[in-house]
Design a protein around this ligand. Structure first.
Ligand code: UT7
Length: 330
């Protein structure tokens, strides 16, 4: 039998250094007006050189555990959704486990790009729901600046660095809990958003470095169209099978890639703008970090409260598509 699972704690972290649109105007041929109009982004946080994803995940994880009122040794499982692991191996989950001292946890990294958090949440949910552990840590974190080409104006304006973590705990039946999730992948979309080199097919070489193949490459308009269509589709599918409409929701928290994607999907789903969280103007696209950062802001400004009915939706490289419906638990 599946046990109810609640979000017991949330933590977020962004590195302190801010890169504004004006800073980017000095690096590439762009303008702050263009960036704001086309994306909604005004600034993003960028890690210092040498800072890895586990470094920004650690404070987020510690805050999530503090809110949940648990200590690291109570965690049974850690999953880190990330596209920018500190190293290909060991996994960032192992590095994080050692940093926080989660001596009874096992875990691994999960590669789902911008769906890293929704997929990590669902994976951790399954571990707790099936009784494998009572407390699990799901992290979405990326140091995107480590794989961004700051000579490519079509991508460098979009991304930032950030991390978020939730503790999931076994719940009493009457406590607000995770209700359902629905995910899809569509590998045919792979070439539209990828980092061509650095894996087994094209290991690092002088050539791959010279050809700038260790950076994010994107067909922006293909990703844009897919994201608008799928954000709506997956959200609708999950809502319908739970007999919920857009107007029943207290909050819609979508992956933060482009304001126009979120606005279009929210409108098609019939959601009032006041219920749609948008904070990409301050953080840009932090890949797996966007949804927890948006949840953190909504909680801080009083828009997200215990018991609220919340829909999380993401679309990312792969393509990966994800949606989670839950009653917020903390
Ligand atoms: O997390 C999932 C991953 N990513 C996304 O979801 C992003 C999806 N895509 C997008 O957000 C948008 O496609 C972009 C913001 C990347 C681009 O916006 P767009 O409205 O699709 O613009 P575009 O690619 O059609 O480019 C329009 C023009 C082009 O010039 P030409 O060919 O019309 O002369 C670009 O070269 O804008 C030019 N352009 C820029 N101009 C100033 C592209 N980037 C910039 C820039 N500054 N940074």
């Amino acid at each position: 039998m599946m046990r109810p699972v609640k979000v017991a704690g949330l933590g977020t972290f962004v590195p302190p250094r801010v890169m504004t649109n004006e800073d980017l105007e000095k690096l590439v041929e762009t303008s702050s007006d263009w960036i704001v109009q086309r994306t909604g982004i005004k600034e993003r946080h960028i890690a210092e050189k040498g800072v890895g994803t586990s470094d920004i995940a650690e404070p987020a994880a510690r805050d999530a555990m503090a809110m949940a009122g648990i200590t690291a040794d109570q965690l049974g499982f850690i999953v880190v959704g990330t596209t920018t692991p500190d190293t290909i191996f060991p996994s960032t989950a192992c590095l994080l486990q050692a940093k926080i001292g989660a001596k009874h946890a096992w875990g691994y990294d999960l590669g789902a790009a911008c769906s890293g958090f929704t997929y990590a949440l669902s994976t951790a949910y399954a571990m707790v729901a099936t009784g494998s552990c009572d407390h699990a840590l799901a992290v979405g974190a990326d140091v995107m600046s480590s794989i961004i080409d700051y000579t490519d104006r079509t991508t460098c304006i979009l991304f930032g660095d950030g991390a978020g973590a939730v503790v999931l705990s076994v719940a009493e039946p009457d406590e607000p809990h995770i209700i359902d999730f629905c995910h899809e992948i569509d590998g045919a979309g792979g070439p539209s958003l990828c980092m061509p080199a650095g894996g087994s097919r094209l290991p690092a070489s002088h050539e791959t470095v010279d050809q700038r193949m260790h950076f994010v490459k994107q067909d922006g308009s293909a990703v844009f169209k897919f994201a608008v269509r799928k954000t709506e589709e997956i959200s609708r599918k999950l809502l319908e099978r739970n007999n919920v409409t857009g107007s029943d929701l207290d909050l819609f928290v979508s992956h933060q890639a482009n304001r126009r994607i979120i606005d279009a999907a929210a409108e098609r789903l019939g959601m009032e703008p006041s219920k749609v969280v948008i904070n990409l103007e301050r953080f840009g696209n932090t890949t797996a970090g966007t949804i927890p950062l948006a949840l953190g802001d909504a909680r801080a400004d009083g828009r997200l409260k215990k018991g609220d009915l919340v829909l999380l939706t993401s679309v990312g490289a792969g393509f990966t598509v994800g949606s989670v419906l839950l009653r917020w638990g903390c």
